[in-house]
Design a binder for this molecule. Structure first.
Ligand SMILES: *Cc1c(COP(=O)(O)O)cnc(C)c1O
Length: 456
């Protein structure tokens, strides 16, 4: 096909939006390892999980076999407020880089929460409402998940309690106020409001918090308050399932113009946007129908894939959650207060961990100063002010496009642009003032944290 026929933005109609989520686990020979009860070492039964999570979401979490799970109409209607999201052909970026590569990005920042997280937030809030619950609790790092969940909960008239990692709570007052606008209560974590929060504060006074701490607090409140359950914005199988809308739309858009992707790149925090983006493509790859070079990009400050260990670990610092088998830096790993807050999780989705372990994808880690250089370059060329998290994918997409310039290959590079960076301007300010540094853990730091992995 003549590339001139490909528009700057490939939009789909509402009718072309997926009617079912795609569950990539169905195509995996080696299924992701089950969540395990830390006390008994046995896989968590549905009944046990239902004390923490909503019933229907537990079903989705445990379902390794059903390929397509219908998206309820109510959720699809909500999606229509901001979906389908465009697949953008980065013509301006290609031209500026002088690359023969064709670069495409799926832009998920076109909603008030500013990221892809709303795709799962509305699904999780919907199932909580359907179960007759009063509300949900959660943690948020940089604030995108908390904002998305607040929006979803206010739409469905559910109460929303958010534990926000303390350094973000202080660095991002505007995020906090968006959440409060949508009716959520926001508590900086670790806090004095929970047993686990008090314990962490006693052990690490002055800590700036971590996603792991905030998860422990949110779970404690959910399991000790009647009518509440806990919801999580990444890592879990159910979240990757909901995020498959990103990949399904991307595939429909590419197919419409006969474009065959060569590379698919995404940033990886807990793995949900990348897992969602690659799902249908990975399904093809697992069935041997197509091949793709799939790349996870993580921050050098929190390098779970590239320097972590594939092992059972807690998802939280307080060690109250089930164990997940994943690439992990250890649940006691507290990353430096890096600016890509959404990528500061010590572990990684069990699905992606298994796929990575089995060689179906690769991973690279990048330094935040390089990430911000790429972010600024991209903003100036493509117009969108990207989130620092998303900019990890931008950087590697640009690097790959430059490799194509050397080899003369016209590869089709697709990456996930997960969100916008309007709430990250303090980080941009640090970068512009030359005050940004790269905080990379030493081998000793990581070994010390991995030494504390639970024995299973
Ligand atoms: C949360 C977030 C991420 C990382 O989370 P994943 O679960 O790995 O997708 C990436 N980009 C943005 C904008 C986010 O808000």
């Amino acid at each position: 096909m003549n590339t001139n026929e490909i528009p700057y933005k490939i939009y789909l109609s509402e009718d072309e939006m997926p009617t079912a989520w795609y569950n990539v686990r169905e195509a995996m020979k080696n299924k992701p390892a089950p969540l395990v009860n830390p006390g008994t070492g046995a896989p968590m039964a549905a009944e046990e999980l239902e004390g923490v999570f909503c019933k229907e979401l537990v079903q989705q979490e445990l379902d390794n076999d059903t390929p397509f799970i219908p998206i309820p109409d109510e959720i699809r209607d909500f999606y229509k407020m901001y979906r389908p999201s465009p697949l953008v052909r980065a013509y301006c970026l290609e031209k500026k880089l002088g690359t023969p590569a064709h670069i495409y990005y799926k832009f998920e920042g076109n909603n008030t929460s500013g990221s892809h997280k709303l795709n799962s937030a509305i699904a999780q809030a919907y199932y909580a409402k359907k179960q007759g619950l009063k509300g949900v609790t959660t943690e948020t790092g940089a604030g995108q998940w908390g904002t998305a969940l607040s929006m979803a909960c206010s739409y469905l008239d559910l109460d929303c309690k958010v534990y926000m990692v303390k350094c973000s709570y202080e660095q991002k007052p505007f995020r906090r106020e968006v959440m409060r606008t949508y009716g959520a209560s926001v508590v900086p974590s670790p806090s004095e409001t929970t047993n686990v929060g008090r314990k962490i504060l006693a052990e690490f006074p002055g800590t700036t918090g971590s996603l792991g701490c905030a998860i422990s607090e949110a779970v404690e409140v959910a399991t000790s308050t009647p009518g509440y359950r806990y919801v999580l914005g990444s890592v879990l199988n159910q979240v990757l399932l909901h995020q498959s809308v990103i990949g399904l739309e991307t595939k429909t858009a590419l197919d419409k113009y006969g474009i065959q992707a060569d590379m698919i790149i995404g940033c990886a925090g807990g793995g949900s946007n990348l897992g969602g983006l690659i799902s249908p493509f990975m399904g093809q790859k697992l069935r041997g129908e197509a091949d793709y070079d799939i790349v996870a990009v993580e921050p050098a400050s929190c390098p779970s894939f590239t320097r972590g260990k594939f092992a059972y670990d807690f998802c939280d610092t307080g060690s109250i959650c089930p164990l997940a088998k994943m690439y992990t830096l250890g649940s006691q790993f507290i990353p430096s207060p890096d600016h890509a807050g959404g990528l500061r999780f010590h572990g990684m989705s069990s699905i992606l961990s298994q796929l990575y372990h089995d060689g179906y994808m690769r991973a690279v880690s990048v330094k935040q100063t390089d990430v911000f250089k790429a972010a600024e370059y991209f903003a100036r060329v493509e117009g969108i002010l990207p989130a620092p998290e998303s900019s990890h994918a931008i950087l590697v997409a640009m690097q790959e496009a430059m490799k194509c310039k050397e080899t003369g290959e016209a590869k089709n590079i697709v990456f996930g642009l997960t969100g916008t960076g309007y709430f990250d301007l303090v980080a941009y300010e640090k970068f512009h003032n030359g005050e940004m540094t790269d905080n990379i853990p030493t081998d000793e730091d990581i070994a010390a944290s991995l030494a504390k992995l639970p024995k299973v």
